[in-house]
Design a protein around this ligand. Sequence first.
Ligand SMILES: [Cu+2]
Length: 366
Amino acid sequence: MTAKSGTRSWLIFTLLLFWSAAIGEARPPKPQPKSPQPIVRKEWRTLTNPQKKAYIKAVKCILAKPSLNSGEPFNTTATGVISRYDDLVYTHIQQTYSIHYVGHFLAWHRLFTATYERMLRDECGYKGAQPYWDWTLDTPASQWTQSPVFDPVTGFGGNGPYVAGDPDSPFAVPGRTGGGCVQDGPFAGINDLVHLGPGESYSYNPQCLKRDFSPYFAGRYLGINQTLLTLSQSDFGWFNRFVEGGPSFEASGVHGGGHYGVGGTLGQMGDLFVSPADPIFHLHHANLDRLWWSWQKLDLAARLTDISGPLFLMDYSNASGGNATLATPLTVGVSGQDVTVGDVMDITRCGTAGALCYDYDNLYTL
Ligand SMILES: [Cu+2]
């Protein structure tokens, strides 16, 4: 063999090698890219202690990350919007009148808590799913304060000390027992944990986290009977009204049960505007979302598109406008892309832009 023919056969060999590589012969098939699988939300008390710790650590991380609401054209009066956590509280305050007592109440809050879950994971390295709080397990009233969710070591801490108020005030939540700063747990002793509120105020107002437990209220509105009565409603309009209840304490549903059972009159959870300032908010709303998904799953084919209820606050007779539809827009401000109600009807959709991708480990059943 001459040197020249040796070079040529090497060239042919190399070409053959490339050719066989190009058509993929003698190689294991390339794995197909997997479609994303829903992450699974679990009840707080079923998490292991390290999982609980990891969640609280991620919450503290979001509380410390700088806000994305900065520069023009951001509202210069909103000086209380400092952290990523505040970004969510702020958008809730801004929209309070248009996301409560409306047909898209559950859809908006589903998006809101999923956005928080995504922030914990993408911005703070949290590996789990958003936990939910099945409050039916903490009723009757006599069991309320013993909830593992309020545990000082493995939970969110408990009640504030009693602060007297006028029992005849229209804002006096029946059975309230606290009202001061939380005394234990991961959020105790922080005098500027909350930057916004009370009510609609956006200007910097450093406050502690306050709770004003009403075990009576929780026992009355968060029991399994009330929950299953809600689940048994045959159309979305009635289901939603059972969840939200009416504006008076007496007419509360499970939604108000959690808010006033924890926040009473003086705690953030009892404040319609600034309630997301208490990290328990998202565990409560995850369970309301789980209740909605439980309801949807009872007749999924029909209920993936069943939406109704007013576009405007308590406009149940449609005097001011029409009803929410699948096309009704939803926004969480700087923290996520704008979507529609139709985009959040299926929590397990995954894959497409703006779609949700989570599930629950178990559901309520009738
Ligand atoms: Cu809300």
